[in-house]
Design a protein around this ligand. Structure first.
Ligand SMILES: [Fe+2]
Ligand SMILES: [Fe+2]
Length: 194
């Protein structure tokens, strides 16, 4: 649903500042905002599934909660950008997330699939911006999203592999302790110790 732009005079201000921002790019960015919010919702569902007494994985709960917050921040970053370009933000209904998973491994695999889908959509936004000769949008996507996506996907793939190797009740318990300290963006180790 569009924000309350019944005030045509004010809407006109956004149109005056609008420059080289194609309608198709605006639509694609709105789709991206809604994908980020869908991911935010899914991670939130995963986080509170892990918080249940019969699951009790506090480390994974914290990890997914942090991931959910990040997805919301991504959505808001694009919303802020949309307003800078004179576009119109359109939020859609957020689909119901997958409510529960058999174990942490299944949840992490689902998270990686979701991130790959989000990344593909970001690449599509970038390609469309290139076709439409919109270097500002290309730069926005490159500077704020593309590398972070790839980094996050590598972290998820690493966790999946580590958990596959540790697959047992004890292994999952130990993984939960480990992930509490590591998180989605573990600090990089500087070999010089700086
Ligand atoms: Fe995101
Ligand atoms: Fe993400």
């Amino acid at each position: 649903m569009a924000f309350g732009f019944r005030y045509c005079g004010r809407r006109h201000m956004a149109m005056i500042m609008r420059q080289n921002f194609a309608k198709c790019c605006e639509k694609k960015l709105n789709d991206q905002i809604n994908m980020e919010l869908k991911a935010c919702h899914q991670y939130l569902a995963m986080a509170y599934h892990c918080d249940r007494a019969d699951v009790s994985s506090p480390g994974v709960h914290k990890f997914f909660l942090q991931a959910s917050t990040e997805e919301r921040e991504h959505a808001e970053k694009i919303m802020k950008y949309m307003n800078k370009r004179g576009g119109l933000i359109r939020l859609s209904a957020v689909p119901e997330p997958m409510p529960c998973f058999e174990d942490t491994l299944a949840a992490l695999k689902y998270a990686l699939e979701m991130e790959l889908e989000v990344n593909q959509h970001l690449l599509d936004v970038h390609a469309l911006a290139g076709q439409q000769n919109d270097p500002n949008l290309c730069d926005f996507i490159e500077a704020n999203f593309l590398q972070e996506q790839v980094d996050g996907q590598k972290v998820l793939a690493d966790y999946i592999r580590q958990l596959e190797r540790a697959q047992s009740e004890l292994g999952e318990y130990l993984f939960d302790k480990y992930i509490t300290a590591a998180g989605m963006h573990p600090p990089s180790v500087d070999p010089k110790g700086h």
